[in-house]
Design a binder for this molecule. Structure first.
Ligand SMILES: C[S@@+](CC[C@H](N)C(=O)[O-])C[C@H]1O[C@@H](n2cnc3c(N)ncnc32)[C@H](O)[C@@H]1O
Length: 357
């Protein structure tokens, strides 16, 4: 994690308190970690497949571009630095992301317009403006995951929150403590693709009968206790380098996050809106981080490429739908070995690009 301040050195040998150096050192470490995490977290996020995205967007220096998920502004900076008369419209539903991106993009401030909104509103926001390219980099940023105050991580204790936009009412606490067992099981199975969804949902409901589940680590330990011994043993004995390694709470946390933020529902309509808006020859690039997202993007791109939706046994087309895009990536682009080594968080990323006809 990056930090922006250095704390003054601690005077470890204070004889009056008769504490040993080890105790002081441990106190200093705890204080330092707490201080950094809660008060001085810098917005840090490495843009994934940055070169591939930028070359795939084939930037026109005089065109209008939309970054639907500006996050820390990594991709946006690379787009903005290539613009001449062109402009970048940068969206994010998280006000903290907009603040961070505004700082990072200060050198290009005359070329960038920031809007704090859900990208599902892009059509209303752009009005009649027709972009030459757009990017959607789905999911959460490293900052959101690593900042304990946001409650996204099963590794750090925090109140159950997980909202990308903290003005929204629904939180992870409401989902975990308010949903019926059936509803919990359904979201954990569908959004987490978790095979032990029934056991986890039932364990959550039993646990909350005593008292509400309030924190991420409480929830993580309930999930861990619901997962059979074998996967738990593999996690504890540290199969970190194995492909099969996965924290027992990972899938359930993903499911709850998707539910809290309504992440999947907005992908297809936004892709269709962006394709409508794009100028002919304009490009849309989408980066996904799990198979649920990628399936939606792949299917939507395939439908837009195909055009006609008549049943296959119709002798002629009666729907009149024309193909709207050409697939630039027949298969998704994935991070190269060097990027995987430099940024392991990119390991599940897939990039798909289309060109408007
Ligand atoms: C993976 S990060 C983007 C990182 C960014 N490309 C960069 O290089 O720094 C995803 C961002 O998308 C935002 N986001 C996710 N879903 C969104 C939505 N439906 N509308 C607007 N922003 C969204 C999140 O708040 C987060 O800041």
């Amino acid at each position: 994690m990056n930090t922006v301040v250095n704390l003054p050195p601690l005077h470890a040998g204070n004889a009056k308190l008769r504490l040993g150096f080890g105790t002081w050192w441990r106190c200093a470490e705890i204080f330092y970690a707490f201080y950094n995490e809660v008060y001085e977290m810098e917005y840090s996020h490495k843009p994934v497949m940055a070169d591939e995205c930028i070359s795939g967007l084939d930037i026109d220096p005089n065109g209008i571009y939309v970054d639907c998920t500006v996050g820390g502004g990594g991709h946006a900076a690379l787009i903005a630095e290539r613009l001449d008369e062109g402009r970048l419209i940068a969206l994010d539903r998280d006000p903290e992301a907009i603040k961070a991106a505004r700082q990072r993009l200060e050198p290009y401030k005359d070329k960038v317009i920031f809007i704090n909104c859900n990208f599902s509103e892009v059509k209303q926001i752009l009005g009649g403006v027709r972009p030459k390219g757009a990017l959607i980099d789905l999911g959460v940023s490293s900052y959101q995951i690593d900042n304990p105050a946001r409650g996204f991580s099963y590794m750090k204790d925090a109140p159950l929150d997980m909202r990308m936009d903290q003005r929204q009412a629904l939180t992870a606490y409401d989902v975990v403590n308010g949903y019926s067992e059936e509803r919990l099981e359904k979201i954990i199975r569908e959004y987490g693709e978790e095979r032990y969804a029934d056991r986890i949902a039932s364990r959550i409901v039993a646990a909350r009968e005593n008292a509400p589940i309030r924190t991420t680590l409480e929830l993580a330990s309930i999930i861990e206790s619901a997962v059979p011994e074998l996967p738990r043993a593999s996690f504890r004995s540290g199969y970190r380098r194995q492909r099969s390694y996965s924290h027992p709470a990972k899938r359930t946390f993903q499911a709850i996050r998707i539910e809290v933020n309504g992440e999947l529902d907005v992908i297809e309509p936004t892709i269709r809106d962006l394709v409508d808006l794009l100028l002919p020859g304009g490009r849309l690039a989408v980066i996904t981080f799990h198979s649920l997202e990628d399936r939606i993007v792949k299917r939507t791109f395939a439908e837009l490429q195909k055009g006609c939706v008549c049943p296959p046994d119709f002798p002629i087309c009666v729907c009149g739908k024309e193909p709207q895009v050409e697939l630039i990536t027949k298969k998704p682009i994935t991070p190269c070995r060097a990027e995987l080594e430099d940024n392991p968080k990119s390991h599940s990323a897939k990039l798909r690009i289309v060109k408007k006809l």
